[in-house]
Design a protein around this ligand. Structure first.
Ligand SMILES: Cc1ncc(C[n+]2csc(CCOP(=O)(O)OP(=O)(O)O)c2C)c(N)n1
Ligand SMILES: [Mg+2]
Length: 356
């Protein structure tokens, strides 16, 4: 753990804001114009940021890995609406969009991808290790399933300190097959930890489908052995995601323990940048692209006259400019000095096994 990054025990907490969830009486929709407008802008930012990342990676502007979130945005917008700024988030390596939705300036995320000193992990983490201490984002983890136990640990710290925060712990459908899940579920239920385990079920772990991974394809049932409240959720709908996470968060804050949500989504791009995608059909992809959450939210805004076409076009233009500014910032930022190589690796500055 880097010295500049939080441990669960030291992370500063901002005061909780009141929940913003409101039903819009006139339209009958579960959220207000304000929320749909914010969802549109958030999801559009995630999408454009990731599209540019894909292009920049191909141009070899930055190296390492690059796993894009395109198609899965409704999960994060739904989550953001359901939780408080004081809650914690931890995820795997498909993590560029998580800081964006939590409010990290895109330029710091882009700088991290470029390995620059101004990046969220001072350029030493790269694509798979986005952190933001102020926003309680605990990474960005490259070991599949590694963050499952860490997420429960963060929740344990909050429970120990009598905080009413919850931890949202994301994992892929592939990660859900790791042994770590079972050990963690067992203790999280035994100790009734305030953690929401979310399977970002995009149907594939690299090129391996859920069906090829196990006899049990209904991932919600993984909670059953531990009597963990579990549900399957439509991940192309920010409304459904928000409702499920809000309910889980309520339970967590009341001391009733963890929840498992199998949130069914789809990634529109390959696993990473070098993926010929022979394991899926174009038709399958098309059925999910038809349900693009950005198109859905755009339609809601226009149909309810909560935004005009011109306003949305203007928002799109502004967001594209914001992403270009982030790229410029990343390109113009300095690389970390080689002398910093061993800094921020361990909290203990004189950790004996690193320096000569
Ligand atoms: C412990 C471990 N095993 C294998 C890998 C290689 N690997 C990287 S991503 C991945 C697939 C994980 O898929 P999933 O959990 O569904 O997440 P997604 O990429 O779909 O978001 C694998 C096997 C790894 N990083 N860590
Ligand atoms: Mg997956």
């Amino acid at each position: 753990m880097a010295t500049s990054q939080p441990t669960a025990a030291t992370a500063p907490k901002k005061p909780a804001k009141a929940s913003r969830k409101r039903t819009d009486k006139k339209s009958g929709l579960p959220h207000s114009s304000e929320t749909y407008n914010r969802w549109f802008r958030e999801m559009y930012l995630m999408r454009k940021f990731e599209e540019r990342c894909g292009q920049l990676y191909i141009q070899q502007k930055f190296g390492g890995f690059c796993h894009l979130y395109i198609g899965q945005e409704a999960l994060l917008s739904g989550m953001k609406e359901a939780i408080r700024p004081t809650d914690n988030v931890i995820t795997a390596y498909r993590d560029h969009a998580h800081p964006l939705v939590l409010g990290t300036d895109p330029k710091f995320v882009m700088a991290e991808l470029y390995g620059k000193k101004t990046g969220t992990s001072k350029g030493k983490g790269g694509s798979m290790h986005m952190f933001d201490k102020e926003r309680n984002l605990f990474g960005g983890h490259g070991i599949v399933g590694g963050q499952i136990g860490l997420g429960a640990g963060i929740a344990f710290a909050d429970k120990y300190r009598n905080e009413d925060h919850v931890t949202v712990c994301f994992m892929g459908d592939g990660a859900a097959r790791q042994g770590m899940l079972h050990e963690t579920f067992n203790m999280a239920m035994t100790w009734k930890l305030p953690v929401i385990f979310i399977i970002e079920n995009n149907k594939y772990a690299m090129g391996t489908s859920v069906e090829r991974t196990s006899n049990v394809t209904d991932l919600e049932t993984l909670g059953a052995s531990y009597k963990m409240p579990s549900a399957t959720v439509d991940g192309m709908s920010p409304e459904a995601v928000c409702a499920a996470i809000a309910e889980a968060a309520k339970r967590g804050r009341k001391g009733e323990g963890p929840t498992l949500l199998d949130i069914q989504t789809y990634r529109f791009k390959g696993h990473s940048m070098s993926d010929p995608q022979k394991y899926r059909t174009k038709d399958e992809l098309a059925t999910y692209v038809e349900r693009d959450p950005i198109t859905h939210v755009r339609t809601v805004l226009l149909e309810n006259k909560w935004a005009t076409e011109e306003e949305l076009k203007k928002a799109e233009k502004d967001i594209k400019a914001q992403v270009e500014d982030a790229i410029k910032f990343a390109e113009e930022s300095p690389l970390p000095d080689p002398s910093e190589l061993y800094e921020d690796v361990y909290v203990q500055s004189d950790y004996p096994f690193v320096k000569d």
